[in-house]
Design a protein around this ligand. Structure first.
Ligand SMILES: Nc1ncnc2c1ncn2[C@@H]1O[C@H](COP(=O)(O)OP(=O)(O)OP(=O)(O)O)[C@@H](O)[C@H]1O
Length: 308
């Protein structure tokens, strides 16, 4: 039987007149990496804060690790880790000093404390940086310290809110390797991101827009659902062609990439390639269907499906 670390039913959050999260349903399977992808202000942070018990929903029910939230948030606190885009450790303290401070907050057993700190230092490749102050570290190194701090008390569920927003691609890749190690060891991870490459790594992905879930599936399945609807056009006159296509209700998006134009067509277009051939304005332009990527999925999900 599938076990769920998180179940949310119809949760909403209103701030005055603004509905930041609007009747959202979601389930996160235990041990999986679940991603939240969405434009700025789509409600990712607000949702995560409600799931952690830091914000009370205006409506709906939340159950996390079998506990009702926010009612049982206090019991939940020891079992979850939380890391935000804003760096929340002390930059004038060393790695070990920060971790010792977190060990106090989590109430780690005094005898176990240093053993556990050494363990996370090794796990997150921080042993050589143990005595370095955080203000003398790179963005990627600091994020590893933050992840070590968030997992010090061995949580079974981790909430990561845009954890790599200040990290370069190579360090992001390393960071994700650590997340897969944690997932392999049974930790459930909910991670929000702006980056397509990160979103594609998740076992499952929810795309949010205006506080609502627009898509929710495995990244591969989301991409396959667009099969045949992405057409690349090569040839002359692409700027003009783009302008023409963007005015058509059947076209969800058209974006130039190097010397080709990538066009995403709406679902009601029955024969996308034929449709596009009919729109071309130069006989030298060559259209061909191409494999959808996650950015296409994101565009289709957040464009209100112009063609629908
Ligand atoms: N405490 C608050 N009071 C009033 N409005 C808020 C509050 N917190 C969030 N909002 C608003 O709710 C909406 C959703 O914000 P939220 O931070 O959840 O989005 P997000 O998807 O995490 O965005 P980002 O990617 O920029 O972090 C935004 O319009 C935001 O301005």
């Amino acid at each position: 039987m599938t076990e769920y670390a998180i179940r949310a039913r119809g949760i909403s959050k209103r701030f005055g007149d603004l509905t930041a999260v609007d009747h959202l349903d979601m389930e996160v399977e235990s041990g999986r990496i679940f991603g939240f992808l969405g434009p700025n202000g789509s409600g990712k942070t607000t949702t995560i804060r409600m799931l952690c018990g830091l914000l009370t929903p205006s409506d709906g029910d939340v159950e996390v690790l079998g506990l009702k939230v926010p009612e049982q948030a206090e019991q939940l606190r020891q079992r979850i880790g939380y890391m935000t885009q804003k760096f929340s450790l002390y930059t004038d303290l060393s790695t070990r000093e920060n971790l010792r401070f977190m060990a106090d907050i989590y109430g780690l057993d005094r005898r176990d404390r240093w053993r556990r700190i050494d363990e996370v230092l090794a796990q997150f490749t921080l042993t050589d940086l143990r005595d370095r102050r955080l203000d003398a570290m790179s963005g990627g190194q600091r994020q590893r310290v933050a992840l070590a701090a968030a997992t010090l008390h061995r949580p079974t569920l981790l909430f990561l809110d845009e954890p790599t927003s200040a990290v370069d691609p190579e360090n992001r890749r390393d960071f994700w390797e650590k997340l897969f190690d944690l997932s392999e060891a049974g930790t459930t991870i909910l991670v929000s991101t702006h980056y397509m490459d990160e979103a594609e790594r998740c076992h499952r992905l929810a795309i949010l827009e205006r506080g609502q879930v627009r898509r929710n599936d495995a990244p591969d399945a989301l991409m396959q659902a667009l099969d045949g609807r992405v057409i690349e056009v090569n040839g002359p006159g692409l700027r003009q062609l783009r302008q023409h296509l963007m005015a058509q209700p059947e076209v969800v998006s058209a974006a130039q990439q190097g010397s080709s134009l990538r066009v995403l067509l709406g679902e009601p277009v029955a024969a996308p390639l034929d449709y596009l051939r009919g729109q071309l304005n130069d006989p030298a332009q060559q259209p061909r269907a191409t494999r959808p990527n996650l950015e296409d999925v994101f565009m289709a999900a957040t464009s209100g499906e112009r063609a629908a």
